[in-house]
Design a protein around this ligand. Structure first.
Ligand SMILES: Nc1ncnc2c1ncn2[C@@H]1O[C@H](COP(=O)(O)OP(=O)(O)O)[C@@H](O)[C@H]1O
Ligand SMILES: CC(C)(COP(=O)(O)O)[C@@H](O)C(=O)NCCC(=O)O
Length: 383
């Protein structure tokens, strides 16, 4: 930031409880996600300050329902969301310091900021030293569930299904996400695709267990994409996945059988082996007669199909039919929504449906923001 820091700007009229800053961070392996609450009387942060990191926000005009369990009526202001890549990780601390978000829009520093994700441990000392505010560590899984439940219960059109035949979202109201048997969103399987994958069975507001995980997550996709192509920008993924043709690198059932494998019901166009066509190429063939769009598309298929299959198997083991996918890998990535929806339908033979949420990168930080309201800033125990 080259321009002078801003604030203190306004005197806080309605105190955020427990001397807690209305800002929380989720410091993951790939990104630091910041959520802050801006009351109606506070000015917006200048554009030059948020330009690089701005993602999205629930504005006051968004259908954000008041939550009586929260001490502050957040429907009066707005929740703002920012994202810092881990390569610029320490900048988020200076960002909070320079914008004085930890002052809760007033003169004085708040005692504590809630932080979750691995970096809440890794950067605790540094953040406290630079901010002069206690970094209260919150368990990542608890925050994730809390943030997701908040969204499911309070934000209409936050959750959606993806119609992969017509390539469009089908948004759900808060009532539509509820199961008829339980009149609540529970039970559901939560598959969080960040750098790696965590899979949780969620049965109530605070009732969940981590049932599985996988190291083949969003970081794997992005790492392999970078290793196999010259791609540098994630936006290119979205472009290339539109134009690529995975059949140039994947070995299909039809390539092996010459058509359908009818007795097993495997159609000719089904992928038999991801990247298998490269594996069986003649030794004397030129090294790159497939293009990067094909490679990216095949990688997306491979990772998404694998996640969809693992999700389905875990849902089946847990006896749960609703699968909610979250995490940064899904952010604005309709291609992945489509693949996961297809995979879940394929493996469950139409019995299960994939659900997504709009603020999927920010559930951990949202949960951290809310979870600090009822405690005194103590370190939280993990399960
Ligand atoms: N602009 C981007 N740059 C890099 N990765 C991105 C980007 N947008 C989405 N992703 C995907 O998001 C994943 C990280 O998701 P996130 O939930 O933030 O993980 P973590 O909590 O581990 O930091 C990356 O591994 C990548 O697949
Ligand atoms: C360690 C993690 C909880 C960290 O979360 P992330 O930053 O990836 O969102 C996650 O990457 C994970 O659960 N990995 C899979 C570990 C396993 O094989 O179970």
């Amino acid at each position: 930031m080259t321009e002078p820091p801003i604030g203190p700007l306004v005197v806080l009229e309605k105190k955020w409880p427990n001397n807690l800053a209305p800002v929380a961070v989720d410091i993951g392996g790939s990104f630091t996600k910041i959520v802050y609450w801006r009351p109606p009387y506070a000015p917006t942060l200048p554009e030059y300050v948020v330009r690089d990191f701005k993602d999205s926000f629930f504005s006051a005009s968004a259908p954000l329902k008041p939550d009586p369990s929260l001490a502050v009526d957040i429907s009066e202001g707005s929740l703002r969301f920012l994202k810092f890549p881990s390569s610029r990780n320490v900048e988020f601390i200076d960002f909070i310091r320079d914008t004085k978000l930890h002052h809760a829009w007033g003169e004085n520093k708040m005692k504590t900021i809630c932080a979750t994700g691995g970096g809440a441990y890794k950067y605790k000392e540094l953040a406290e030293e630079r901010l002069g505010t206690v970094f209260t560590q919150k368990d990542e899984m608890k925050c994730l569930v809390k943030g997701l439940n908040f969204c499911l219960n309070h934000v209409d059109r936050e959750a959606f299904h993806y119609n992969f035949e017509e390539d469009k979202e089908e948004f759900l109201s808060v009532d539509q996400i509820k199961s008829t048997e339980t009149n609540s969103p529970f039970p559901y399987l939560l598959v969080n695709i960040g750098s790696g994958i965590s899979i949780l069975k969620v049965e109530g507001e605070n009732k969940f267990e981590r049932v599985s995980g996988s190291s083949l997550g969003g970081g794997t996709f992005w790492g392999l994409a970078k290793a196999l192509t010259d791609i540098k920008n994630f936006d290119e993924v979205r472009e290339l996945s539109q134009s690529g043709d995975n059949r140039n690198v994947d070995l299909l059932v039809g390539d092996i059988y010459g058509g359908d494998y009818s007795t097993l019901g495997l159609k000719a166009e089904l992928i038999a082996s991801s990247f298998g066509k490269i594996a069986v190429k003649r030794e004397d063939a030129p090294p790159s007669d497939y293009n990067k769009a094909d490679v990216i598309k095949s990688l997306l298929f491979m990772i998404s199909n694998n996640i969809g299959q693992i999700a389905y198997l875990n849902a089946q083991t847990c006896g749960v039919e609703k699968i909610i996918f979250t995490g940064g890998f899904l952010q604005d990535n309709s291609y992945v929504w489509s693949r996961l929806s297809y995979a879940v339908q394929f493996w469950s033979v139409g019995k299960m449906k994939a659900t997504f949420v709009q603020h999927n990168s920010y559930l951990g930080s949202l949960g951290a923001l809310f979870s600090g309201q009822n405690d005194k800033g103590t370190k939280e125990k993990t399960k």
